[in-house]
Structures are given as structure tokens and as C-alpha cells.
Write a new protein. Structure first.
Length: 156
């Protein structure tokens, strides 16, 4: 006949964790949470930079399309101090079509156009070639290059 199974008493289950063990676990969890938060914050900055650069490229192409379709010069004017840009119709009188403010933490690092503006003629060609460089709070930059033919290209 088999021996009867031992029944565990409540005293055997009452063994808990000490205050030091709980403190160490909380410390490790806090460290992981802090690392995750800063990684998330850095990726948000990169996502904002990529988003605004896509918007700027789309607005440059929009100005180019308007110039061809309406047979009037259009372009984009950059305001680095105010951290914004405008899509502009260069007719008499000049008219602002759209204004875009850069998100917090994003700024123009470099603008290589005369009078900080790029213009597209009625054929869709840019009046001059140049670059616009966007920078976030970290070390991430995105360069938007505009060729004389009107070709707009993003360089990371």
C-alpha cells in the first residue's frame, strides 16, 4: 500500500519576499521603463522629422503642379526664424496658398535658395537648384534636393 501523500500546511505557503527583494525588482523594472521611455521619445522625434519632410516634398510638388496647370509661377518660401514655410503664387499680387508651421523640435538647418524661396516656372522647372535641410532635436537630418529640372528628391 502506498504511503499517504503529505499535506502542506499554511505555514509552508506563508514564506514571502523580503523588502530587499521587492526593492531590487522595482529598481530593475524602473530602469527598463526609463530606457524604454527615452527610446520611444527619440523615435518620436525621428517620425516627426520624416513626416514633415514628406509634407514639404508633397507641397513642393503641389506648387510645381499648380505652376504647370495654371501657367503662373508658384513656389515655396521658407522662414527659418519662424520655423515655417508657405506655398506661394508669384503673380501680381502675390498670394499665399498654404502656410505650414514646423512641429516642435524640427527646424531648418540650411536653405540654399536665393531669398529663401524656390520658384517653379510654367514648365515645372525650378528657377534655381538647391537644398533644404531639416533637423530634429537629435542628430537626425533630412535633405530635400531640388534639381533645375524641377525634380524633388529626399536624401537621408
Amino acid at each position: 500500500m502506498p504511503a499517504p501523500a503529505k499535506i502542506k500546511t499554511a505555514a509552508a505557503f506563508s514564506k514571502g519576499f523580503s523588502l530587499i527583494e521587492i526593492s531590487i525588482v522595482l529598481l530593475v523594472l524602473s530602469i527598463f521603463a526609463g530606457i524604454g521611455y527615452f527610446g520611444f521619445y527619440e523615435s518620436q522625434s525621428t517620425v516627426r522629422l520624416a513626416g514633415i519632410s514628406r509634407d514639404l516634398v508633397a507641397d513642393l510638388r503641389y506648387a510645381q503642379q499648380l505652376a504647370v496647370s495654371q501657367q503662373i509661377k508658384y513656389g515655396v518660401r521658407f522662414y527659418s526664424d519662424e520655423k515655417k514655410y508657405e506655398v506661394v503664387q508669384f503673380a501680381d499680387p502675390e498670394q499665399t496658398i498654404k502656410t505650414v508651421n514646423l512641429p516642435e523640435g524640427i527646424e531648418f538647418q540650411q536653405i540654399d535658395f536665393t531669398n529663401s524661396q524656390v520658384k517653379f516656372n510654367i514648365y515645372g522647372a525650378a528657377t534655381e537648384a538647391g537644398n533644404t535641410v531639416l533637423k530634429d532635436q537629435g542628430s537626425n537630418i533630412i535633405t530635400i534636393e531640388i534639381k533645375p529640372s524641377g525634380f524633388v528628391k529626399t536624401i537621408k
